[in-house]
Design a protein around this ligand. Sequence first.
Ligand code: AMP
Ligand code: MG
Length: 403
Amino acid sequence: MLSYEEARRKVIEQVGKIRGPRVTASVSVWDALGLVLAQEVKTDREYPPFDRSTRDGYAVRAVEATPGTELQCVAEIKAGDVVTKTLAVGTCVQIMTGAAVPPGADAVVMIEHTQRDGDVVRFDRAVREGQNVVRQGTEASVGETILTAGMRLGFAELALAAQVGAAQLQCAKRPRVATLSTGDEVVPVDQQPGEFQIRNSNSVSLAAQVRIAGGEPVPLGNAADRVEDLGEKIERGLKEEALVLSGGVSMGKYDLVESVLKALGAEFQFDAVAIRPGKPAVFAVCRGKPVFGLPGNPVSTMVTFELFVAPAIDLLSGAEARALPFVEARLGEALNEKPGLAHFLPARIEWRGTTPEVRALKWQGSGDIAALSKANCFLVVAADRERIEVGERVSVLVRKDIV
Ligand code: AMP
Ligand code: MG
C-alpha cells in the first residue's frame, strides 16, 4: 500500500503527463483573483519612476544637513508635483511621502528630526546620503518581467499587474471538475431524507473544495449503487477534465465504483493509501482523464480530496502542484493511535505564545462532520508513531479554507 506522499507523487506524475495545453481567456484584473496567469507581465516603465521620498520631511544635500546646521526652506513638493528644479546649494525643500526628490538633493530628513522657525529649518541629527529615498528604477527596470505564466494571482500579484497597467490578463480557464456521489441511501440536500437515508452533504463539500482548489465544479448529483446508473453517470463525468466520485470504493458488496471504472477502461494508479481516514481512496486514468474514487464518509472524502485531488486541479489549472500547507506545532494533549497508517485527525491549532499548540478534537470517526467544523487543521500522526507525548513537535495540515 502506498504512503500518502507516494500516492500524491503518483497523481502529480500522471496528471502532469495527461494534461493538455490550457484554454485561456482575457480577464479583467478585477475578476482574476485566484486564477493562474497564462502570460508574462512586464513593467511599462522604471519603478519607482522617479527618486521617491519615503517620508514627510526635508529634501537636502546630506553633507549640508549636519547636526546643528540651519538651511533655508525654499519650496514645498507634494506627491504628484512635477519636479524639475535643482535644489540650490545651502537650501532645502519640504517634501511629502511619495513625492519626487528634486535633482541635487540626495536625502530626506524626517520632519520629526528637524525644527522649523519661519523659513529656516534646523537639523538635529546626521543624515546619510540616500536616506529615506528610493532611487528611480531600483524596484524594477523598464520591460522587466515581473509576473510569469503559471503564477497564481493573489492580491499582491493583482496589485503588481495593476501598477504596471496590465488591466486585462490572459488567464488559464478553471478546469471543469465533475463531482458524483454514490449510494442508495443518499438524497439531494433539498429533500427530506427517510429515516435511514442521509442528505448528500458530499455534493456540497466537493463543490466547495473544487472551487477552493481553483476548479469549476460540475456537480452531477448522485448515482445509485447499480452498475447501469453508475456507468452512465461516470461516462457523463468523463466528458469533463477530471472526475471525482465519493463512496462505493470500500469492500462492501455494493461498492461498485472500481469495477464499473474498470469496465470503462480505467487504468488504476492506486486503489488504497496508508492513511486514516481515507484508506480506500483510488486514483485512475480513464479515457485520458484523471478519476478519483474517494471514500464516502464525509471526513474521508474531505481529507483525500485535499491530499490527492487538489494537486491534480493545480496541474490542470496550468500551475505547479502546491505543497501541502504543513506547519509544525507543539502537541497540547498526548495521543495514542494505531501504527501502520498515517492519521489525519481533526484538530485545533492556536497561535498563542511563540510556538503554536495543537490538540486533536474528540470525534466519532470519519462520519463526524460536526467535529471537522470545529477543527481548523488536521493533526498528522506519522504511520510509524503510536504514542505522542505532550510537548512533542507534530505536523499539522492547516485547513486552508479558514486559516
Ligand atoms: P461508502 O464509502 O459508500 O461505503 O460510504 C460510507 C458512508 O459515508 C455511508 O454509509 C454514508 O454514511 C456516508 N456517505 C456516503 N456518501 C455520502 C454523501 N454523498 N454525503 C454524505 N455522506 C455520505
Ligand atoms: Mg456507498
